[in-house]
Design a protein around this ligand. Structure first.
Ligand code: WT7
Length: 568
């Protein structure tokens, strides 16, 4: 039986106190996500239950029980305290999907510090702007990534501790670096969880916008209330489930639903730190007997490409519930999954700022393939006019998605950027920046983003960041970056570039610039195509008009450019 029943009944009497009660929340007492995800499960008698089953490259395997989660997070917390890390200090996690990332996250929260996870494929410049903005004081990383930290540490006066989890500490470690072995450090018997409360900061995730540098989305410990209940009702986790969230905790799905949700429910989850291939993924599901699988449309489209023949090579009969997030899940993918696995992927919609699932296809609900489903109980969602921000009640009419603020996992600020935060609220609504319509049955149908941010394979990249990095290449005079259609990744980055005198446009230069961006920013931000042009379309005041280039890539009507100019 699914935890979730009839949609209207669940909405009628809904109150977040349902989750508060189950989690024994008391606003006058400490409330700490790290404690809830480890100590509490042990206190409930489940300490010897498997919490994390991990598989890495070369067939490496590790397992941790809830007792281990509690003990090892205490070890990490104690170690950070011994370095002088204080409550609310930012501690960055810059690692592949290894156990230290998951358990380190809990340890950071248990000492009241703020966890700042960053995608380990980030290059030094992407890393620098995020550590600089957050004023991060410690970073936990691996030998393979430390070179990128070394490159920027001199420009980061607040960054005092570089902790390397897989270093023996003997040779080649630098003065400001410390080796730390989570598995071998002695257990700490006397550990005091910092008494954070509902509004204490917990996690800082960076997200890209159209303009400016990426913004730090600050969450608080109270976010657990909605993360827990959405995990239970939407992802439908039960005590005996083996759960697999394919997202990397460098992004919000990987923390909200790859750490906090499942561990707060005391469920066993497995993690695979190996690159994508259909065979590797199916093999993992088969061997681990995965029952609930939370993934993303790009992965699903790649699996579709591998075909049903590949599915048939494996026993995937353990699968009970499938869900997806991050980008539009096309109707074909939903229909295909039902045919190939006998289970349809359930689309869910949310974003870094919302902290938890906002709109989704609930287990048991009739799925309309291509629709994102309905709002979570307790979430007031609507569509407002793009210009007037008046609510649209007419079914099928497009507008901006809007949420009434106040759900527990809502971000509390953009780090040191109050004006950007305020700009997200209009007429009492929070606007996530996406366009959609609602049909007569209350289902949401995603249309697109309302800004220039590129969603490539479920990852947001900001055109401004890439354009700025392009300008640092000696050959680039001007640049404009847009998304171009891609059958698997939905969109990929395309750059338009004018070159400085003395440089020769051509394939050599294109490859050189691509590599330059990949190393500086990340493989996600690397343009898949660079088009050299004589001049970029500009407004009278000299602003580059990305929209004209975007429309060209998507084969859309460019329309009246004079009005476009006025718009700018
Ligand atoms: C943006 C948020 C929290 C999920 C991981 C990404 C797009 C997300 C869907 C969906 C269509 C979706 C939106 C959103 N998006 N889910 N089901 N259908 N688009 O978090 O990096 O903050 O990105 O991803 O544009 O605003 P994020």
């Amino acid at each position: 039986m699914a935890h979730f029943g009839n949609y209207d009944d669940f909405c009628k009497d809904f109150s977040w106190s349902i989750a508060e009660k189950e989690l024994e929340f008391d606003k006058n007492r400490p409330f700490n996500i790290g404690w809830h995800c480890s100590d509490r499960i042990c206190n409930m008698g489940n300490g010897s239950k498997k919490a994390l089953i991990w598989e890495g490259l070369g067939g490496k395997k590790k397992e941790y029980t809830y007792n281990d989660l509690r003990d090892r997070s205490n070890v990490i917390g104690t170690f950070l305290r011994s370095l002088g890390v204080q409550p609310e200090d930012r501690v960055c996690l810059f690692m592949d999907k290894i156990p230290e990332l998951y358990i380190g996250f809990l340890g950071i929260l248990k000492i009241g510090a703020i966890a700042q996870p960053l995608f380990s494929a980030f290059g030094d410049e992407s890393l620098f702007v995020r550590l600089d903005n957050a004023g991060t004081s410690a970073i936990i990383t691996q030998r393979k990534h430390v070179a990128k930290v070394r490159k920027i540490v001199d420009r980061l006066p607040n960054l005092k501790h570089i902790i390397i989890v897989d270093h023996d500490g003997k040779k080649s470690i630098k003065e400001n670096e410390i080796a730390f072995n989570m598995d071998e450090a002695p257990i700490v018997s006397d550990f005091h969880v910092h008494p954070t409360t509902a509004d204490s900061p917990s996690v800082l995730h960076y997200t890209s916008g159209t303009t400016g540098l990426p913004k730090g989305v600050k969450h608080v410990h109270y976010s657990l209330i909605s993360q827990y209940l959405t995990t239970k009702w939407v992802l439908d986790l039960h005590d005996d489930d083996i759960y697999w969230c394919t997202a990397d905790p460098g992004w919000v799905t990987g923390t909200s639903y790859g750490i906090i949700g499942p561990f707060s429910m005391g469920v066993t989850q497995c993690v695979m730190d190996v690159g994508f291939s259909a065979d590797a993924w199916y093999n993992f599901i088969q061997n681990q007997h995965v029952t609930v699988w939370y993934s993303a449309p790009t992965a699903i489209r790649s699996l579709m490409k591998a075909g049903e023949e590949t599915v048939k090579k494996y026993d995937l009969s353990s699968l009970r519930h499938l869900a997806s997030v991050g980008e539009p899940l096309n109707a074909e993918a939903v229909i295909w999954s039902e045919k190939a696995y006998g289970k349809a992927f359930h689309d869910t919609y949310w974003q870094t700022e919302t902290g938890s699932i906002m709109i989704s296809n609930f287990p048991g609900m009739t799925i309309k393939p291509g629709s994102m489903g309905k709002p979570f109980p307790g979430i007031t969602a609507g569509i407002v006019d793009v210009k007037t921000h008046e609510q649209i009640t007419e079914p099928g009419r497009a507008g901006l998605i809007a949420f009434r603020p106040g759900w527990p996992a809502m971000m509390r600020e953009y780090w040191k950027n109050p004006s950007a935060y305020e700009s997200k609220f209009v007429k009492g609504w929070y606007l996530p920046g996406d366009r959609s319509s609602i049909d007569k049955d209350g289902y949401f149908w995603f249309i697109g983003r309302d800004d220039d941010v590129i969603n490539t394979g479920g990852h947001l990249v900001g055109p401004f960041e890439i354009e700025s990095a392009l300008l640092e290449h000696p050959a680039v005079a001007e640049s404009a970056v847009v998304g171009k259609p891609d059958p698997v990744n939905m969109e990929v980055v395309k750059a338009f570039v004018t070159v400085k005198p003395g440089f020769e446009p051509g394939q050599d230069l294109e490859l050189q610039i691509m590599n330059f961006i990949r190393k500086k920013l990340s493989p996600l931000a690397m343009p898949q195509e660079i088009e050299f042009i004589d001049s970029l379309p500009k407004t009278r005041s000299g602003k580059i008009m990305r929209r004209i280039l975007h429309a060209r890539e998507w084969g859309e009507e460019i329309g009246d450019t004079s009005t476009l100019e006025d718009d700018e």
